[in-house]
Design a protein. Structure first.
Ligand code: PGA
Length: 250
């Protein structure tokens, strides 16, 4: 059985002291949870402080992006060895906001995924269609393009160190959650795709998260779908109580 993974993507929010306070409150609220993998993804500047707070807890650390090179003349970038060094276990790659505002492509996503894996970081690879693409019937074409582009060249073992997050762009930060049936349809499409390109065994082990306006009120219904294995949570992860309620969806 796949262990559900609930991750909080804090995006461009929280100073160091705010991040430490949020994590301290969250740590107390979820201390008894053992059947869910809990991840927080603070901004780069707060990673070290959050890592100190979560020492010896059931919360894991993720970054929100990584660069594909290890070091060198790349002003402003942060590398996989640096993220490992600060305590990260995961890294979010290819979030739709990075694709939309920062020119991220399937190729750059793929390079970053390989750089993360080379340094034992687990990539959370984001895929998702825009509203116009859904309305013109292109959802599956886009998802197939994002998934196959993002994981190109990975072995089965490498794929199983990844998480895929299905995040319909029209549902992110809009309050418009995909219905459980819409989420299930795409998650099962992704699993079928991986069955064809890898195997049924590999596809059945991969964790596929849903993201896009996940809240305490809709988490349990979304997560009850057979192929929805967790959530990538934005807005509702910025407060300990709402994120803790999502973590305890069952
Ligand atoms: P949201 O963001 O929960 O605020 O919609 C999700 C995400 O972008 O990961």
């Amino acid at each position: 059985m796949r262990t559900p993974i609930i991750a909080g993507n804090w995006k461009l929010n929280k100073t160091i002291s705010e991040a430490a306070a949020l994590t301290t409150a969250l740590k107390a609220s979820v201390a008894n949870v053992s059947d869910v993998e809990i991840i927080v993804a603070p901004p780069f500047t707060a990673l070290a402080a959050v890592n100190e707070v979560i020492a010896d807890s059931n919360i894991r650390l993720s970054a929100q992006d990584v660069y594909s090179e290890d070091s060198g003349a790349f002003t402003g970038e942060v590398s996989a060895p640096m993220l490992k060094d600060v305590g990260c276990e995961y890294v979010i790659i290819g979030h739709s906001e990075r694709r939309q505002y920062f020119g991220e492509t399937n190729e750059s996503v793929n390079q970053k995924v390989k750089a993360a894996l080379a340094h034992d970081l687990k990539p959370i690879i984001c895929v998702g269609e825009q509203l116009e693409e859904r309305e013109t019937g292109q959802t599956e074409v886009i998802i197939e393009d994002h998934v196959t582009g993002g994981i190109a060249g990975l072995s089965a073992a490498e794929l199983l160190s990844c998480v895929i997050a299905y995040e319909p762009v029209w549902a992110i930060g809009t309050g418009k959650t995909a219905t459980p049936a819409q989420a299930q349809e795409v998650h099962s499409f992704i699993r079928e795709l991986l069955t064809k390109t890898y195997s049924a065994d590999v596809a059945s082990q991969l964790c596929i998260q849903y993201g896009g306006s996940v809240k305490p009120e809709n988490a349990s219904e979304l997560m009850s779908q057979p192929d929805v294995d967790g959530a990538l949570v934005g807005g509702a992860s910025l407060e300990a109580e709402s994120f803790a309620q999502i973590v305890k969806f069952g």
